[in-house]
Design a protein around this ligand. Structure first.
Ligand SMILES: Cc1cc2nc3c(=O)[nH]c(=O)nc-3n(C[C@H](O)[C@H](O)[C@H](O)COP(=O)(O)OP(=O)(O)OC[C@H]3O[C@@H](n4cnc5c(N)ncnc54)[C@H](O)[C@@H]3O)c2cc1C
Length: 355
């Protein structure tokens, strides 16, 4: 079998890379092992323009977020699903300090941080003695439907192998690569934290970060907003079902859900909610984060048949569409990749190949 590209992984990165390569009439095969706890499968998929306690505008927000909104609409209409929803965050202040902090951001003119006029509107659902504000616009990706729907398209078109990609079988030739019975021009790794072990890319400054979430049923809570009070409560596709999270662990021994997270999240929910809830599921996964909090995009500086789209960290749902398109344009037209994301910045580190 001959293809232009092999794409390893169909998380949100592999989904958008294959989507744009298909639009560019390139041939490819995606190899994905359906890892059920991949971050793309367990994330809430929120696209939030601000980050951290100080609510700093996220990197490249003005380019990346409008691009993402259009990209999810476009892929959604091709798949006949609503792939993205506009749901703003109602931020309930956990203490007077956070309220002051929020009001200060409004005074400074942060375009995404707004006062919420109807302060008592959520009294029947939540305890919030210090008031609330609104972050907008915020979007949430319907990843529960998007990833399987794109997988089905790939399957129908015979562009998907559902199996483990074994890097030991990969052969690098001068102007192509070979993998089992496949010959391709290039292989692009979109395999999340698995790239950390890959002999071509393991020198990159990855910083894996574990995160957990509970899936809860809160039948009486309106699902038209995302709610936040030290934790995020995000509506999922099914009415009355919410995603609650998350934590950020840099130091961990395994990828399993922890009792500590479950207990602390239950405590938050008990104190915050006035209405009944039921825990349905507990998930954990590892974000492919990087030390400098910037993605890894491009072709290996010393192995031009091998590429990567990775390192999306906590923001894969915002960043993946934009950088998948950039990488596609780079692969086909040699277009420039944003220098902070281009893996060429690690040219020297990547010359020390240690298999
Ligand atoms: C708890 C949690 C909450 C999050 N919330 C958000 C959020 O609200 N918004 C946001 O933007 N981001 C969020 N993130 C981060 C986001 O999920 C990641 O940035 C993003 O999913 C990374 O996507 P990816 O495609 O690079 O990797 P992955 O999701 O890891 O996808 C890799 C794919 O490759 C496959 N694979 C791996 N190795 C192999 C192999 N050897 N052979 C074949 N297939 C292979 C896997 O099965 C998987 O399908 C969250 C993450 C976590 C853990």
């Amino acid at each position: 079998m001959k293809f232009d590209f092999i794409i390893v992984g169909q998380g949100i990165c592999g989904t958008f890379l294959s989507y744009y390569l298909q639009k560019a009439n390139k041939s490819f095969i995606v190899i994905d092992n359906n890892y059920k706890n991949s971050p793309s499968r367990i994330a809430s998929g929120i696209i939030n323009p601000v980050t951290g306690r100080r609510m700093v505008t996220v990197w490249m927000a003005h380019q990346v977020i409008p691009f993402a909104w259009d990209a999810y609409h476009e892929i959604g209409s091709e798949l006949n699903i609503t792939a993205i929803h506009h749901k703003n965050i109602l931020d309930f202040f956990p203490n007077p300090f956070m309220r002051e902090n929020f009001l200060q951001r409004i005074e400074e003119g942060n375009e995404y941080v707004h006062a919420y006029p109807e302060q008592n509107h959520f009294n029947q659902f939540f305890n919030y003695e210090f008031g609330c504000g609104e972050i907008r616009p915020v979007y949430i990706v319907n990843n529960e439907q998007l990833l399987p729907a794109w997988k089905n398209v790939l399957k129908e078109r015979q562009q998907l192998l559902e199996e483990d990609f074994d890097i030991n079988v990969l052969q690098i030739k001068n102007d192509h690569i070979e993998y089992k019975d496949i010959i391709a021009e290039k292989v692009i790794f979109c395999d999340g934290i698995e790239s950390f072990k890959n002999s071509f890319f393991k020198q990159l400054p990855f910083a894996p970060n574990k995160g957990e979430a509970l899936i809860v049923e809160i039948a009486d809570l309106p699902g038209n907003n995302i709610y936040k009070k030290s934790m995020i409560l995000a509506p999922l596709n099914e009415k009355g079902i919410y995603w609650v999270g998350s934590n950020y662990l840099w130091d961990f021994d395994n990828t399993d859900p922890t009792d500590a997270f479950r207990k602390s999240t239950e405590q938050v929910l008990k104190a915050w909610l006035k209405i009944p809830y039921k825990i349905l599921e507990h998930r954990a996964g590892v974000r492919p984060a990087t030390l400098e909090r910037r993605p890894f995009v491009g072709l290996h500086p010393h192995q031009p048949n091998i590429g990567i789209l990775n390192g999306m960290g906590t923001k894969g749902y915002s960043l993946a569409p934009f950088f998948a398109k950039q990488l596609t344009d780079h692969l086909i037209h040699d277009a420039v990749i944003t220098p902070e994301a281009d893996i060429n910045r690690f040219q020297r580190i990547l010359s020390q190949k240690n298999v």
